[in-house]
Design a protein around this ligand. Structure first.
Ligand code: TA6
Length: 271
């Protein structure tokens, strides 16, 4: 099966693809779809623009690996589901593939847990060093939040944070906006911005909290850059804002047998 629907006792649902363990839909109890999915996304065939792609062991182009590493392009193995405290939890694992040593010489196991119920979606990534040497990684959860119209969306919680702006050669600035409006291509790594952040638009708020992820990325390609994406319709950029939970500035260093966990929790409210 290429995807699984995870359903909480109260009817909240998430859909998780086997490819990349990518969450591609989240509908909280009593609400509508909260995540963006590109209009022409080819689910099950490739990592798609939408939902929650898992980035490991490299964020973007910060190293020699393909953009955002390889975890999003590999099939993960379902590792069980359970109901606990009103949440339905589904887990997926990814072991280092056979013969992978030439691409990434460090044995690892990843575990992704998706917990859905009530107004919440929580996605947790655990990285285990199963080898005999110490290594480090960057990465995170490249969450695409859906919005009705980017012109009316605001992101609160970043004021005063230092960010690297990829659209200006990674120049560093301090965020001045109390409520960030996205009016052009925006591609920023906010360092030490663990949140909480709040995405607001008319009639809706999404509270974004994290544990373990120290940094945040805010990305919208805007009309120009979005033209390069075969799975985007011309107006798709207006329906999305990526608010990513990431670890970039201080990569976690894992000694043999050590693990690291990061969680992003999204809480929807209808205001
Ligand atoms: O996280 C932001 C970013 O690194 C952008 O620079 C942008 O290219 C985006 O991710 C999407 O990357 P992708 O490899 O999915 O096209």
């Amino acid at each position: 099966m290429s995807s699984v629907q995870v359903t909480a006792p109260d009817g909240a649902t998430a859909i998780v693809q086997r490819l990349g363990a990518q969450v591609t839909s989240w509908i909280p109890a009593g609400g509508g779809e909260q995540l963006f999915l590109a209009s022409h996304a080819r689910l099950g065939e490739m990592a798609v623009k939408g939902g929650v792609p898992v980035l490991f062991p490299q964020f973007a182009d910060l190293g020699p690996l393909p953009m955002h590493g390889f975890a999003r392009d590999l099939p993960w193995t379902p590792a069980g589901e359970m109901t606990e405290g009103g949440l339905r939890r589904a887990s997926y694992v990814l072991n280092q593939p056979e013969g992978w040593g030439t691409r990434w010489p460090h044995p690892f196991t990843l575990e992704l847990t998706v917990a859905v119920g009530g107004p919440q979606l929580a996605v947790s990534l655990t990285v285990n060093n199963t080898g005999g040497r110490t290594w480090y990684f960057t990465g995170g959860l490249h969450t695409y939040l859906g919005v009705a119209d980017i012109a009316a969306a605001r992101l609160d919680g970043l004021q005063g944070r230092i960010y690297r702006d990829k659209t200006r050669g990674n120049a560093e600035s301090t965020e001045a906006a109390h409520a960030l409006e996205v009016t052009q291509e925006t591609d920023r790594v906010y360092l030490g911005a663990a949140g909480p952040l709040v995405l607001r638009e008319p009639g809706r708020e999404v509270l974004i909290t994290t544990a373990g992820f120290p940094d945040a990325v805010v990305w919208n390609p805007w009309a120009g850059s979005a033209q390069r994406f075969p799975d985007f319709d011309a107006d798709d950029y207006r329906r999305m804002l990526c608010v990513e939970a990431v670890v970039i500035g201080s990569p976690p260093i894992l000694e043999p047998g050590q693990h690291w966990t990061g969680t992003q929790t999204l809480t929807w409210s209808d205001i």
